[in-house]
Design a protein around this ligand. Structure first.
Ligand SMILES: Cc1ncc(C[n+]2csc(CCOP(=O)(O)OP(=O)(O)O)c2C)c(N)n1
Ligand code: SF4
Ligand SMILES: [Mg+2]
Length: 286
């Protein structure tokens, strides 16, 4: 399938020149095209932020939710129609800060969705405040003496909660990032891909060069079925490992656990309402 099918034509893109979000958009289009997924069956869900604008720039269905709230509608969309490919995509602030609670509980539920997080270690849209993943000492117009809180470690949290797929990528390595994305999208269960990318306007610390210097790939011998080894690797913070840290292929998904699908596997929109049963339920309640 041609990746051009995902192009929106002539539109204004609000990202700054040189922003890492462009690279992620391009890699995502290539990954979807190579997977040959019918656009009619893809739904993107995002929150608020620069990263959260990505579904506006890509031809597919989308639902743009509230700040920090991409994961609940993504879970609901997948549960209502398990035949869809559902991708929740937002920034580090949106997913790990404002949406931190949903991040934790979505991992517990394990819906069969992909969660792509554009991690630029800053709040880009609101002009450069620290985000949960900002490094210690990072100076901003609000944190004038530098960030004093330990950065949130999304991979370690996800592995601790036994998330079914956990990976990190750096967008400048487009081939590696595409490989990880394709595996995440085709994985059955909740798949987290934290993608490092620079915000060239508001983050002068974590630049393209900084990410290059502070990342390296997990060895091919890394056993991504070994949760303890994966957790240990996720706690490395001097240099950030890249690649697939952990996969748990055995977990049942949220949709599989939902009672309405036990007897009837059809998506909810294909079912007719049993009016007699509905009226009886109402009457019994009155
Ligand atoms: C409830 C609420 N709180 C705060 C904001 C302001 N706000 C909008 S986007 C954003 C941060 C986005 O950061 P991130 O998710 O990292 O996205 P980026 O812009 O860096 O891609 C904030 C704090 C808001 N819109 N709504
Ligand atoms: S402010 Fe940063 S994250 Fe936002 S578009 Fe510009 S470079 Fe990208
Ligand atoms: Mg951000």
């Amino acid at each position: 399938m041609d990746k051009k099918l995902f192009d929106m034509g002539k539109i204004d893109i609000a990202w700054c020149p040189g922003c890492g979000n462009y690279g992620i958009l391009n890699i995502l289009k290539e990954a979807l095209a190579e997977l040959d997924i019918d656009q009619m069956n893809i739904v993107f869900v995002s929150g608020i932020g620069q990263a959260a604008k990505i579904p506006h720039y890509l031809r597919a269905h989308f639902f743009n939710g509230l700040h920090g709230r991409a994961l609940p509608p993504a879970t609901a969309i997948k549960a209502s129609n398990p035949g869809l490919t559902v991708i929740a995509e937002s920034g580090d602030g949106d997913t790990y800060g404002e949406g931190g609670n949903h991040f934790i509980h979505t991992i517990r539920r394990n819906p069969d969705i992909t969660n792509i997080v554009h991690n630029n270690m800053v709040y880009g849209l609101t002009k450069g405040q620290a985000s949960p993943t900002s490094r210690l000492g990072f100076e901003t117009s609000i944190q004038v003496h530098g960030v004093v809180s330990e950065p949130f470690n999304p991979l370690a949290v996800a592995i601790a909660l036994d998330a079914s797929f956990v990976a990190r990528a750096f967008m400048q390595d487009s081939e590696q990032t595409k490989k990880v994305l394709k595996k995440a999208i085709t994985h059955r269960g909740y798949a987290l891909v934290d993608i490092l990318h620079p915000c060239v306007t508001f983050n002068k610390l974590n630049t393209y060069e900084w990410f290059k210097q502070h990342t390296y790939y997990l060895e091919p011998t890394h056993d991504h079925l070994d949760r303890i080894a994966a957790f240990r690797r996720a706690t490395e913070t001097e240099k950030l490992p890249l690649g697939i840290f952990y996969i748990n292929p055995h977990k049942a998904t949220f949709e599989e656990n939902v009672v309405v699908y036990r007897e009837d596997k059809r998506p909810l929109y294909q079912r007719t309402v049993n009016m007699a049963l509905f009226e009886k339920l109402i009457t019994d309640r009155i």
